[in-house]
Design a protein around this ligand. Structure first.
Ligand code: HEC
Length: 406
C-alpha cells in the first residue's frame, strides 16, 4: 500500500524502545455537577456533539434526536461519555491541540453524566431548539467524481476494502484545497482514503479484478508511489486544507478511492460514494505534501503483548508541520509521533476503525535535523511473527505529515 517515498523521509533505522510513558488523562466528571434539564441545557450538547453521527439513518447505531431517544439510552450515554468512548476522539490530551476536536470539556461531561444518572429531567419544553448539523460543505466544487456503477459490498466479508479508479481528467497541474467525500450508504461506510497515482498503475490493478474496482486493504494496492490526498471517516464534514496550502494534482494523474465497507451495521446494499474536489484558483502560496514517516523494519514476536518499535529520522529539510495521519492495522495498540521533544500526536488506545487526518490548531516550524520519532505498540496474539505488509494480517507503523516548505 502506502509505499513511502524514501528519498524524502529516508528510514534511517529501527531501534527498539521500551513502552512509551506518555500520560492519557481521563478527565473525570465533577462529582458535584449541577443537575441541569434537557431543554435549554443538555439537548444542545447532544445536538452539537452527537448528532453528526447519531441521527436517523446515520452511521451510529441509534439516533439521539429527541428526549425519548436520550432517555432510553441514558445509562449507556453516562457510561460512554464518562469513559470518553463517546464522542469518539482518539488523540490524548496534553499533546497538540487539534482543529475540530470532538473531545468534550470536563464541564460538558459532568453536565451530561449528571443528567443521565440524575433522573433525566425534562425542563421547560418551550426552550426546545431545532438544529441541523452544519452542512460543512466546500465553498466551491470543481470536480465531482464517482465510480461508473454502484458497488454492493460482499456480504461474505464483514469488512470489504474496495478500491475504485476515478479520473479527474486534468489536462494541467492543479492544486487540491478541499475534499468532500459523500458515501451513499453511510451506515455501511467506515472510512475512505484517496490516493493520486499514475493511470497505468491503477488500470493494471482494476483489470486484474473482475469486479468494478478491485479488492484492496489499507492502501490502493497499486505499484509505483501513490500519494495520499485525504480521506473521510464518519462524522467528518468536508476537509479543507489549511489556508494558503494545497496538494498538487498532476495532469493525467488518476485518483484511487479506497472504501472500507463494514457490514456489521446492516445488510449489503449498492453504494456509490462520491468525491467532490475544490481546486485552487491559481498556484497556492504554500504547496503541501503528505509525506510518510515509516517504520518498515519491525518484527512483532509471536504472542507478544505491548511490543513497541520506534524509529527516529532526522528531518531532511526545514518547513512547517500542519498535521498528522497515523496508521497501523488491527493489532496496533498505541502510536506516538514526536518532533524533537514536541509531541505531535499520541493515540494511547489505537482503534483501526477511527482513523483520520488531524490538523494542529497552530502549525509547527520544523528545522532541518530535528529528530522525528514514530513509536508503535502492538499485541500479536498469533503464533507467527508479524511484519510490515499490506494484508489484513500484516501490520504497519506509519505516520503521514501534512507539511509545507514555508
Ligand atoms: C463521529 C461519530 C459519532 C459521534 C460524534 C458520537 N457517536 Fe456515539 N457512536 C458512534 C458509533 C459509530 C457507535 C457504535 C459503536 C462504535 O463503532 O464505536 C456509537 C455508539 C454509541 C453508544 C453505544 C456504545 C457505547 O460505546 O456505549 C453510545 C451510548 C453513544 N454512542 C453515545 C454518544 C453520545 C452521548 C455522543 C455525543 C456526546 C456520541 N455518541 C457522539 C458514533 C458517534
Amino acid at each position: 500500500m502506502f509505499r513511502p517515498s524514501r528519498p524524502v523521509w529516508s528510514v534511517l533505522g529501527v531501534l527498539l524502545a521500551a513502552g512509551c510513558s506518555g500520560s492519557s488523562s481521563v478527565g473525570g466528571p465533577d462529582a458535584g455537577a449541577q443537575l441541569l434539564p434537557y431543554y435549554g441545557q443538555v439537548q444542545v450538547l447532544f445536538q452539537q456533539n452527537c448528532q453528526s453521527c447519531h441521527v436517523t439513518g446515520g452511521f451510529a447505531p441509534f439516533a439521539l434526536e429527541t428526549l425519548a431517544d436520550a432517555r432510553s439510552h441514558a445509562v449507556a450515554i453516562a457510561d460512554a461519555v464518562r469513559s470518553r468512548r463517546m464522542p469518539p476522539w482518539k488523540p490524548a490530551e496534553g499533546c497538540q491541540a487539534m482543529e475540530a476536536s470532538r473531545r468534550l470539556s470536563d464541564a460538558d461531561v459532568a453536565t451530561i453524566v449528571a443528567w443521565a444518572t440524575g433522573g433525566t429531567p425534562e425542563g421547560d419544553s418551550s426552550k426546545a431548539v431545532s438544529f441541523s448539523p452544519p452542512d460543512g460543505g466546500l465553498p466551491w466544487v470543481d470536480l465531482t467524481l464517482a465510480p461508473d456503477q454502484p458497488y454492493a459490498p460482499k456480504a461474505a466479508l464483514s469488512d470489504d476494502y474496495h478500491c475504485f479508479l476515478l479520473d479527474p481528467g486534468l489536462t494541467q497541474n492543479q492544486y487540491l484545497v478541499g475534499v468532500d467525500v459523500q458515501p451513499e450508504q453511510r451506515p455501511l461506510v467506515h472510512h475512505v482514503l484517496l490516493f493520486a497515482t499514475t493511470a497505468l498503475d491503477a488500470i493494471a490493478a482494476d483489470t486484474a479484478d473482475p469486479d468494478p474496482g478491485w479488492t484492496c486493504f489499507g492502501g490502493p494496492g497499486t505499484s509505483g508511489t501513490p500519494r495520499l490526498l485525504g480521506g473521510w471517516v464518519p462524522g467528518t464534514q468536508a476537509t479543507r486544507f489549511p489556508a494558503d496550502t494545497g496538494i498538487l494534482l498532476r495532469a493525467g494523474e488518476v485518483v484511487v478511492m479506497q472504501v472500507h465497507y463494514n457490514l456489521a451495521a446492516g445488510p449489503s446494499a449498492p453504494d456509490t460514494t462520491r468525491v467532490k474536489m475544490q481546486l485552487a484558483r491559481g498556484p497556492v502560496a504554500k504547496p503541501a505534501a503528505i509525506l510518510p514517516l515509516a517504520n518498515l523494519g519491525f518484527s512483532i514476536p509471536a504472542g507478544a503483548t505491548g511490543y513497541t518499535s520506534t524509529i527516529q529520522v532526522a528531518s531532511p529539510a526545514s518547513g512547517v508541520l500542519w498535521g498528522v495521519i497515523p496508521h497501523m492495522h488491527t493489532k496496533g495498540r498505541r502510536v506516538t509521533v514526536k518532533a524533537g521533544n514536541t509531541c505531535l500526536v499520541d493515540i494511547p488506545a489505537w482503534d483501526f476503525h477511527w482513523q483520520q487526518a488531524y490538523f494542529f490548531t497552530t502549525p509547527l516550524p520544523l528545522t532541518v535535523g530535528t529528530q522525528l520519532s514514530l513509536s508503535c505498540t502492538w499485541d500479536n496474539p498469533t503464533a507467527s511473527a508479524v511484519t510490515w505488509g499490506e494484508k489484513t494480517t500484516d501490520e504497519m507503523c506509519l505516520n503521514y505529515v501534512y507539511a509545507t516548505q514555508n
